[in-house]
Design a protein around this ligand. Structure first.
Ligand SMILES: [Zn+2]
Length: 243
């Protein structure tokens, strides 16, 4: 069995780990971060020299599901899932693109993690309870943030009760954000459960256009490649236009 961050991984996580290490040709570099907020649990990257890196939050990230989660993100890199290169727009649209693409990746591998017995809805249920509270984050969000929030949570959960309570909050508080969020979820799932890298980027562009209409439009402008050690990193260039 593979060991990461001092934890022995399950058989399926070990297989994933071995695959990733063979692809990159380097062991995974382990980093522990002490300065992150508690809700940020982990991150994965590929260094310019091709070394894959997983960083975990010292306070909240040393769990099997978090490490396996980051292994799945690295696995998607091996399948040609890109980094995003964003042209135009602003810091907000850039951050949105990153977050939405992360959620789309989650919608690909969460079913697999659920099949292995991880309860991925515990955290989502807590987040939603806080978000729905009177002074929760949703109350301060604008239309775009609310639509994107809806998209992420509904994409990632399989808890029907949770979905219902989210719909109810939006029906009472923001039907426009609900309509956009639903169209975004539809656009993602029209392409099927498991996506190729190209489909995932296409879904990202469609969802971003729905979220931000009519203020910003998004377009896939180019695919680029950069050699990182053994790894051929794909980069999707997304052009953002403000109207
Ligand atoms: Zn993730």
């Amino acid at each position: 069995m593979s060991v990461l961050f001092g934890m022995e991984l399950s058989a399926s996580a070990s297989a994933l780990h071995t695959y990733v290490v063979n692809h990159f040709g380097h062991p995974i570099h382990e980093e522990v971060e002490h300065g992150w907020s508690r809700d940020r649990k982990g991150r994965s990257q590929v260094r310019p020299d091709g070394v894959p890196v997983i960083t975990i939050n010292a306070a909240t990230g040393r769990t099997e599901d978090n490490v396996e989660h980051e292994l799945h993100h690295l696995y998607l890199r091996t399948e040609g899932f890109p980094f995003l290169g964003v042209q135009g727009g602003n810091e907000i649209t850039k951050q949105f693109l990153g977050n939405l693409f992360c959620s789309i990746e989650h919608s690909i591998f969460f079913p697999e993690m659920r099949a292995q017995g991880f309860d991925l809805d515990i955290m989502l249920r807590n987040d939603c309870q806080e978000a729905h509270a009177e002074n929760g984050c949703l109350s301060g969000f604008d239309l775009y943030q609310r639509a994107a929030w809806y998209f992420s949570v509904v994409l990632e959960t399989e808890d029907e009760n949770l979905k219902q309570s989210i719909d109810q909050w939006f029906e009472e508080n923001d039907t426009e954000a609900l309509a956009r969020g639903r169209r975004m979820v539809d656009a993602r799932f029209r392409k099927g459960q498991s996506l190729s890298a190209a489909d995932a980027v296409q879904a990202l562009v469609e969802c971003s256009n729905i979220c931000f209409e009519p203020t910003f439009t998004f377009q896939l402008a180019d695919w680029r490649y950069s050699k990182r050690g053994n790894h051929n990193q794909h980069i999707a260039i997304i052009a953002v236009h403000q109207h």
